[in-house]
Design a protein around this ligand. Structure first.
Ligand code: GDP
Ligand code: MG
Length: 195
């Protein structure tokens, strides 16, 4: 997709996952904005843009921040279309959000057919040690989940654990996603060569 004003290339990614897992905080940290302690639920959809270097070209990277509440499912359906990448977020101190992670991928799959490159993010690692044992999601569990879905839905996925509070691995998560998105583009163009 290209920008109608300046013709620059546009890449689109969406943050998905249960409410309060840290999607908005992750986006804010990536954009260099301050961390907010309180939870202000995202209503409907938020969007942020950042200029990034992608395959030696400055492109407009749009990050959709979707509301996690089930009532917004109809609204969300629309935003999956045309996504070049997904960031699926759960909280490592909220077991329900991890159990629901597969539902989010299935919803995306329902709306998009084949899934684009996806980063699976276990967020809030700064407070994992303090959480009740029954709520904690381990690194091994996250990895296993990511591997399972990669095979089942045939999606290029990378698993990473982050803290939007300390900023740990946030830049890495987005650069991995951009790298995978570039790879997917290359695959596509190679596909066209022979035709
Ligand atoms: P969203 O509903 O998924 O967009 O979640 P938010 O970004 O609004 O965050 C929900 C709550 O979790 C807020 O109170 C944040 O301050 C907090 N939070 C988000 N990320 C982290 C994190 O990495 N560590 C800690 N300790 N708190 C976090
Ligand atoms: Mg939010």
């Amino acid at each position: 997709m290209r920008d109608q004003d300046d013709g620059s290339r546009i890449l689109k990614a969406a943050l998905i996952g249960d409410g309060a897992v840290g999607k908005t905080s992750i986006r804010r940290n990536y954009l260099g904005e301050d961390f907010i302690e309180g939870h202000l639920a995202t209503i409907g959809v938020d969007l942020a843009t950042k200029k990034v270097l992608f395959e030696e070209e400055v492109v407009k990277f749009i990050i959709w921040d979707l509301a996690g509440q089930p009532t917004f499912e109809k609204v969300r359906g629309h935003y999956y279309h045309g996504c070049n990448g997904l960031l699926l977020v759960y909280s490592v101190v909220d077991r329900d959000s991890f159990d629901n992670a597969s539902k989010w991928l299935v919803e995306a799959y329902r709306n998009m057919g084949k899934l684009p490159p996806t980063i699976i993010i276990g967020n809030k690692i700064d407070i994992r040690d303090r959480a009740p044992y029954s709520e904690r999601v381990s690194t091994a569990e996250g990895k296993e989940f990511a591997q399972y879905f990669m095979k089942k839905l045939d999606v290029p996925a990378v698993f990473i654990e982050t803290s939007a509070k300390t900023g740990e691995n946030i830049q890495e998560a987005f650069s991995e996603l951009l790298r995978m998105m570039a790879e997917a583009e290359d695959d596509k163009s190679q596909h066209y060569v022979g035709k």
